[in-house]
Design a protein around this ligand. Structure first.
Ligand code: AHM
Ligand code: MG
Length: 332
């Protein structure tokens, strides 16, 4: 029998998923199939993103592509690609997507899983060649198979995630995911058309010197949040803010730091979405030894009330998120 933990750098994602599945004697392979479906869609979306410069040129000639169809925006394309892959894969009954108001029923009533996904986050950055990402959470459905998934299946606490991950389309494209057994990162190798293991067992530093927040809206912060930012400045942290959640999160995960999207007077529950932005990253960061909260409650324990609800988000190195929580509590 192979070594349970150590798979070498360079292992392809498909092989990695297969080997991990062998470690669970009762695993049926459905989750493995689902992860492979997501990876396939990610490759297709990656291709579309890499061509987006050319598509823009085509767009200059009347927003039509060679087939004469109206050019779709990349976030819409990404949504279609992921939904199609999940539908064809057959393991998912219901999808919640940032792009669509209601639940998406795949028609796979036997599918055991529910997926919440932001197919292309940070889409305002596409036109300017800045990194963007996909974020996904996977849950086991609660309702019995044989009919469509329902709201209760979709509104589970983050602690119930069976897997979560993100894809970053950046200077290289990476897929990072967890099934609750640590976090592993895979880099897309163009010449092979495969994701290969490049970042095994990612652990985030317990502390760091980066803070990431939109300070342009600081006048709308409360007293607590003002104290948090003042503290990181006092400590002479580096300010790093791309404005693309996955990219900001990914950098801080590897280097140590804190990302914050607080409540403001204009957006009392922040901006980011609990179901398909915060929970996945919270699961990953915890698996990497870090922390995620809404400022006073662990993100993964928040009971969702609606599909697209927002929550304030503090995520990153455990000491820094702990410090932010402490300062927020002190200002109450
Ligand atoms: P989007 O889902 O409309 O793309 O918005 C989410 C994005 C995140 O990627 C990013 O962290 C945040 O919005 C930035 O917001 P702001 O411009 O208010 O700083
Ligand atoms: Mg988004």
């Amino acid at each position: 029998h192979h070594d349970k933990l150590a798979l070498p750098v360079g292992t392809t994602l498909d092989r990695f998923i297969m080997r991990k599945q062998e470690d669970f004697p009762y695993a049926t392979g459905e989750l493995s199939q689902l992860l492979r479906d997501i990876a396939l869609a990610a490759k297709i979306v990656n291709r579309e993103i890499n061509r987006s410069g050319l598509i823009d040129i085509a767009g200059a000639y009347g927003n039509r592509n060679v087939q004469g169809e109206d050019q779709q925006k990349l976030d819409v394309i990404a949504n279609v690609r992921f939904i199609r892959a999940l539908r064809n894969g057959g393991e998912v009954c219901t999808i919640v997507s940032e792009e669509e108001e209601g639940m998406i029923q795949t028609g796979n009533v036997k599918g055991k899983y529910v997926v919440a996904i932001d197919p292309l986050d940070g889409s305002s950055n596409i036109d300017v060649n800045v990194s963007i990402g996909t974020v996904f959470s996977i849950y086991r459905r609660i309702s019995p198979t044989g009919s469509a998934g329902n709201e209760q299946d979709c509104l589970q606490r983050g602690t119930h995630q069976v897997a979560a991950g993100y894809v970053i389309y950046g200077s290289s494209t990476m897929l990072v995911y967890t099934t609750g057994n640590g976090v592993n990162g895979f880099t897309y190798e163009n010449s092979l058309g495969e994701f290969v293991l490049s970042h095994p067992t990612i652990m985030t530093p317990a502390t760091g010197t980066i803070y990431s927040v939109n300070e342009g809206i600081a006048r709308h912060y409360g007293a607590g949040m003002a104290a948090v930012v003042a503290y990181f400045k006092e400590q002479e942290f580096s300010a790093r803010y791309i404005g693309s959640l996955v990219a900001d999160f990914h950098r801080n995960l590897l280097k140590g730091g804190i990302y914050m999207y607080p409540a403001t007077s204009k957006t009392p529950t922040g901006k980011l979405r609990l179901l398909y932005e915060c929970n996945a990253l919270a699961f990953i960061v915890e698996q990497a030894g870090g922390k995620a909260s809404n400022g006073h409650q662990r993100t993964l324990e928040i009971q969702p009330q609606s599909l697209h609800e927002r929550c304030p988000f503090f995520v990153g190195s455990s000491e820094l998120v702990g410090k932010a929580e402490e300062l927020l509590a002190a200002a109450e």
